[in-house]
Design a protein around this ligand. Structure first.
Ligand code: HEC
Length: 154
């Protein structure tokens, strides 16, 4: 029994040799998404760790094997949607992503295991609806993203 613990301990120590890269690539502030403050606050609080270049890497993200899982979430998340480079997406891409945000913010995002470790990322139904309204997806016959900024400043 004692030996098993020692072996597990040694394995965990050895795993630490495989370090992952935790990068926060520099990004041009001009490329960041622009949205009203309430919406930005929601995105920053609940989405930015995985969908921007400004990830807050928690202490446990330095410890293998947790680190592999955290970094692959961030890599994946950024690839799907990166708010830090939003304006480098084409209008078509933005429209597609805005529809995905509309869809995923209701249940899938932020992921429930993430909420478990980051209580503050939990979104109330009201906050989810606020983002959904902001996307404008409910008004199908309007071009979606191009109108949003104007709509918000009305
Ligand atoms: C813990 C990391 C994490 C957080 C926090 C997170 N996401 Fe994601 N997101 C991912 C990953 C990983 C994917 C890649 C596809 C998948 O696993 O579903 C993804 C995919 C997406 C997609 C595209 C795919 C789809 O399902 O349509 C959208 C849109 C999205 N996230 C929006 C959000 C929004 C909005 C928030 C904040 C409210 C958020 N995410 C918070 C990790 C995260």
């Amino acid at each position: 029994m004692k030996n098993t613990f020692i072996i597990i301990f040694i394995i965990i120590i050895l795993l630490q040799i495989i370090q992952i890269e935790k990068t926060n690539p520099k990004s041009n502030p001009k490329l960041e998404i622009h949205a009203p403050k309430e919406i930005m606050n929601i995105f920053k609080r609940s989405c930015y760790d995985c969908h921007s270049n400004d990830t807050n890497w928690p202490w446990y993200s330095s410890i293998a094997p947790v680190s592999w899982s955290v970094s692959s979430h961030v890599e994946d998340g950024r690839q799907w949607l990166n708010f830090s480079i939003w304006n480098s997406y084409t209008i078509n891409e933005q429209n597609k992503k805005i529809k995905e945000i509309f869809r995923s913010i209701y249940i899938a995002m932020p992921p429930s295991d993430y909420i478990y470790f980051h209580e503050e990322s939990f979104l109330t139904k009201k906050e989810r609806n606020l983002v959904r309204d902001w996307t404008g997806v409910m008004n199908d016959n309007k071009p979606i993203f191009t109108n949003i900024t104007e709509k918000i400043h009305e």
